[in-house]
Ligand binder design. Sequence first.
Ligand SMILES: [Zn+2]
Length: 302
Amino acid sequence: MNYTVRAALSGLAIAMTCTCHVVAQAPDPGVYVIEKNDTLIEIASRFNTSVAELKRLNNIGNPKTIRAGSTLSVPKQFEVYAVKSGDTISEIAQAHRIRDDHLIRYNALSAPDKLKIGQVLKIPLRMKASPGTPARPVYVPPAMAADVRAQLAKYPVNSRWKWIAIHHSATTQGSLESMDRYHKEERHMTNGLAYHFVIGNGRNMGDGAIGIGNRWKQQIKGGHLFSEWQNNITIGICLVGNFEKGAPTARQMKSLEALLAWLQTRTGIRKGMIMPHRKMNVKPTACPGKYFPTDKLLAKLR
Ligand SMILES: [Zn+2]
């Protein structure tokens, strides 16, 4: 990645200090210092451009004449945007036709919901939809309760998480505390509650209330899957209810969507890696029950 950053940064410096040679319509060039054994094909692919474009930008007749240590103009890699009052990361992403999770990762933002006015964000150009292609409708998940959002912001997110498994409690009622007790006392799990999150159904815990378990707070592995290596990399979410007998409540599903969208943004987990327990467990299980609307849920997520 070093060369990309260096080239992009020098491109930025040129754009800011030297406007006199900018030709109308031409892309703002960045500069790449050629390294030993580089070929134009490799450089073109690194900068998401073509050999023909590199030749055109640099007036290269014979590609064999490129020398290590000399410089090449390459297409600009990003543009910059200064955060204005009231901006949110999703609005900035939408306005620049890129995905908010791409924007967050490209800028390595640890607190994307706490942007500062004047903060400079890099907008990666190669992730941008090309002009003329209609922007894909952006999925707007239901809003998450402010207190839960504030709670979640307190805990760092480990890079271990690759999958998300959805469970039901298979009981008509329950809460984070009751399940924590059960897993400690009856199942003898030292870390208690096997899941990272519990979503209540209004019986013993608020309808749609999101409970954050200790395993999430401490970023430690779950105990909700048969395979230990899956437990090690899989976030477990349990909805209270028995979905072999009836469907989850509308509020539970809204909270689940909001939580999944939050987790996807923070972990980069794609929807293909979000599954009902039964789909990933190596031991057969009905969890989260035949009335859990898996297809409807996944169709909404991005
Ligand atoms: Zn389960």
